[in-house]
Structures are given as C-alpha cells and as structure tokens.
Design a protein around this ligand. Structure first.
Ligand code: OAD
Length: 243
C-alpha cells in the first residue's frame, strides 16, 4: 500500500490537470449513510418510491419526508479528513476539478472551490411551477413546502433516477475528465451513469486513473491504482508529505 501511495502521489505531483470524482463513500466517515451495501439507504428503502419524478408526482409528502430526514441528518455532520485533503490538493496542483455525486454539501463546507455537484444539493429547493432555485438550510421544510415567489410546490434540487443531469454541468465534468492527467475516483460504487463513465473518459484520453474505495468496484479493471481502504485515511496520506 505504501508503495502505491508514493507512486500515485508522484503521478499527482507531475500532473497539470487533476480531476476527482467522489461518491457517498467519502462522506461515510462523516456519518452520512451510503446508498448501496449492507448499511446503504437503498437496502431499506426503494429508490423508485423516493427518488424518481414519478414517486414525487404520486406522493410528494412521502418524498419530502425522506428528504427532510436526510436534511436533518446532514445538519448534524461535518466534513472529514478526506474532504479537507481534497481542499489541500486543489491548492497544490495547477488545474483541479472536483466532481461529486454527493448532495450533502460537505465539499463546499470543507472549502473546495472548483466543484461540480452533478446530482444537485440537498440544501437547495426548486419550484415545480416557476423553476426558481433557492437555498434553504432549515433541516425540516415540512411535508409540502411552497415557493416564496409563486406559491408552487417546491421539490429538492437534486437529480432523481430517470432524470437527466444539467447538460452544462455534465459537459464541464466530461471536459475536465478528458483533459485530466490524473483522475481519482473516491468512495463511489461506479454503477450510476453517467458519473461512472467519467473515469473511462479520463482513461481513454490517456490519464492515470486511480480509485480509493473500501472494496473493488466494476471499474477496478481499468484502474492504474486501486487503493483499498478508508478515504479518510488514504486521501490525507496521498496529499500529505508533498514537500
Ligand atoms: P454508493 O452507495 O453506491 O457507493 C459508495 C461506495 O463507497 C461503495 O463502493 C463503498 O465500498 C465505498 N465506501 C464506503 N465507505 C467508504 C470509506 N470510508 N472510504 C472509501 N470508500 C467507501 O454511492 P455512490 O457511488 O455515490 O444518486 O452512488 C451513486 C449515486 O447512486 C448517488 O449519487 C445516488 C445513488 O442512488 C442519486 O440519488 C441520483
């Protein structure tokens, strides 16, 4: 493991452009549940009941209960050493893009700047009528929150299954992946598209690709480095000791 960390750190040191893709695993050590695996959210709840446009049309109150529960949960947690190490990495390399599938806002809280939240943000709401997007940090918005400007029903400003990502954000994510010299995929199961294909984009464009995860993923085969362990331990080791 030590040799792999040293070799990957050397690759990062020589890289002009670094892109990082993160998933729920990076926030696990902050106390935010992941989606898959034994303790994952989708083990106890069905995504089709809670995280699709059809579910919201059918029963918005149920969907809002789920999102209020998640808002309440993340209102009590904070970033961990892995989030913080990525802030440090952004300051160390010439070009840096952080792409996250997480909606918990912890990268922003930690201080990352060049950040693409491709699945949205739990603290943002969007009006289903006038499409206005607003930031609201109240942990519980109630079962049927309404838009302050037009009175329409609000929904979480997150991407649900069956919905397209914002094309402008996706374009930036693909471009960053293609121009990267090193790409890190941290704490993602690499099964949800299009995020999962970004490492493939980077690899096909000649980047060194690496994953940091508790276990192997369907993308382990394409990785130049697969570092198995906790993100909160490995990412700070990668970024520390540059001098
Ligand atoms: P998943 O829950 O699918 O995967 C989390 C990954 O993190 C797994 O591969 C774990 O092995 C790994 N992991 C857990 N704890 C870790 C730790 N401490 N250090 C390193 N790795 C760890 O989460 P995502 O890949 O983010 O989408 O899921 C992708 C998308 O599916 C989410 O954005 C969400 C979900 O359904 C939507 O809601 C649209």
């Amino acid at each position: 493991m030590k040799e792999k960390i040293v070799a990957l750190r050397d690759a990062l040191k020589g890289a002009g452009q670094v892109t990082v893709l993160t998933g729920a695993g990076i926030s696990a050590e902050s106390g935010v549940p992941t989606f898959r695996g034994d303790e994952g959210i989708w083990q106890n709840y069905r995504a089709t009941d809670l995280a699709t446009p059809e579910a919201f049309d059918r029963d918005p109150e149920l969907v809002w209960r789920f999102y209020n529960w998640r808002r309440e949960l993340i209102s009590h947690v904070t970033y961990n050493p892995a989030h913080k190490a990525l802030v440090e990495l952004e300051g160390l390399v010439p070009g840096f893009t952080l792409i996250t599938q997480n909606v918990d806002g912890l990268h922003l809280l930690a201080g990352s700047h060049n950040l693409l939240e491709i699945h949205g943000n739990l603290w943002k709401v969007r009006c289903t009528k006038c499409q206005m997007i607003a930031l609201d940090r109240s942990p519980d918005l109630g079962p049927s929150p309404k838009c302050k400007s037009c009175g329409g029903l609000l929904r979480p400003h997150v991407v649900w299954f069956g919905e397209a990502l914002d094309p402008a954000i996706l374009k930036k994510a693909i471009e960053a992946s293609r121009r990267s010299h090193v790409m890190l995929a941290i704490g993602t199961s690499s099964v949800v598209q299009p995020a999962a294909s970004l490492a493939l984009e980077a690899k096909s464009s000649g980047a060194v690709v690496a994953e940091i995860n508790l276990e192997s993923t369907p993308h382990s085969y394409l990785m130049d480095f697969s570092l198995l362990g906790k993100a909160g331990v490995i990412v700070p080791q990668l970024v520390g000791g540059w001098k």
